[in-house]
Design a protein around this ligand. Structure first.
Ligand code: TTP
Ligand code: MG
Ligand code: MG
Length: 356
């Protein structure tokens, strides 16, 4: 196997940075996005804080009440999850242009296997290009780590946040890890760190002095084995594409309309795009949904699940037309409309009932 070059990209203070785009005056003032749990609607916690707020000690996971106490001038905003997910989707599409295999691991981070594209000598050029593409497309900054595996890439991306990058070449791995406190090693949580410290181990280099037997006795076979490998910078896990759950497109009509024919035309265009996307990834779908956004911004969705999986454009369009006709028969005026293919799986090569 040739040398692996893995990148880990993580957006900087993601939710809060997205909010700053719409209100640039927040940029130089402490700002945090709060997540309100359904159960305790008055007790939000900080989901994301900008770096100005972090100077005051505001952190993710902290109750918003405490954030306000330590930083009274902070602006607290409610989370708009769907919006962040849409931005995230677009960022992932930019990343996907730079590699064959992309593994999205959360709303704001992904691993890229770029071994086929570059070696370590030229990886910085690629990193700069990716950061530029994300900034040009979305006006957002991110941080990137490059390493011979996911473990090192992940640890590298948090090294110089925000808007930084760190490259750890294979021969630099040992030095990169050695002086790190144990809690900085990926996979070491608070409990593990406390236990290691009880054993007199506070740095990764001291961790390396522990035998595999000792670690597996204390932490169990799986976790102990992983700690043994990780402290040596060993991680053979592959960058794996996670299967998408749905493909969708949404667009405004030229003007608000209650003409089913016009909405059909728009959905035809969007179905073409979704179909192309499905085909390019060799996927088929079983459920087609149409989304209708009305003049007062109410969003309505109608779905149909087919008897078999399909990637047949005519079937997809016909299903979309039925959904439009049923919906429009109640005479709703529609402003935006969209189509989503879900219930996705890899195409088996078997033809659907409708294809001959
Ligand atoms: P992170 O990447 O952990 O944090 P971040 O992007 O806000 O800041 P950083 O610059 O350090 O990367 O998480 C990504 C998003 O996930 C974050 O913007 C909000 C959400 N999130 C929560 O909702 N709750 C949490 O406890 C954390 C850690 C994140
Ligand atoms: Mg982040
Ligand atoms: Mg993250």
């Amino acid at each position: 196997m040739g040398e692996r070059v893995i990148l880990h990209v993580d957006m900087d203070y993601f939710f809060a940075q997205v909010e700053e785009l719409e209100n640039p005056s927040l940029k130089d003032t402490p700002t945090a996005v709060c997540m309100v749990s359904d159960r305790l609607s008055s007790m939000g916690t900080v989901a994301s804080a900008n770096y100005v707020a972090r100077k005051y000690g505001v952190k993710s996971g902290m109750p918003c009440f405490n954030a306000k106490k330590i930083c009274p001038q902070i602006t607290l905003l409610p989370a708009r999850k769907r919006h962040y997910e849409q931005v995230s989707g677009r960022v992932m599409e930019i990343l996907a242009c730079h590699c064959k295999i992309l593994e999205q691991v959360s709303v704001d981070e992904a691993y890229l296997n770029v071994s086929e594209k570059t070696g370590f000598d030229n990886v910085e050029k690629l990193i700069v290009q990716i950061k530029k593409d994300i900034f040009d497309g979305e006006r957002l900054t991110c941080s990137i780590g490059a390493g011979p595996n996911k473990l090192i890439a992940k640890m590298g991306s948090s090294e110089k946040k925000p808007d930084g990058h760190t490259i750890v070449k294979p021969h630099e791995v040992e030095e990169f890890l050695a002086s790190k406190p144990v809690e900085k090693l990926f996979g070491v949580g608070e409990k593990t760190a406390a236990k290691l410290k009880e054993m007199g181990v506070d740095t990764v280099s001291k961790m390396r002095a522990l035998s595999r037997e000792r670690l597996t006795t204390v932490f169990g076979e799986a976790r102990g084995g992983r700690l043994y490998d990780f402290s040596r910078g060993i991680d053979d896990s592959a960058v794996r594409e996670r299967q998408k759950e749905q493909y969708g497109r949404l667009k405004s009509l030229r003007k608000t309309t209650n003409d089913a024919g016009e909405v059909r035309l728009l959905l035809d265009e969007l179905t073409d795009e979704v179909h192309q996307k499905l085909k390019s990834e060799s996927m088929s779908c079983r459920t087609i949904s149409a989304t209708f956004i009305l003049d007062d911004l109410t969003t309505m969705t109608r779905s149909k699940t087919l008897p078999t999986h399909t990637s047949d454009l005519a079937v997809m369009k016909e299903t979309a037309h039925k959904l439009v006709d049923e919906f429009m028969s109640s005479n709703n005026a529609v402003r935006r409309a969209g189509i989503t293919a879900s219930n996705i799986r890899k195409e088996t090569g078997q033809k659907s009932l409708f294809e001959f």
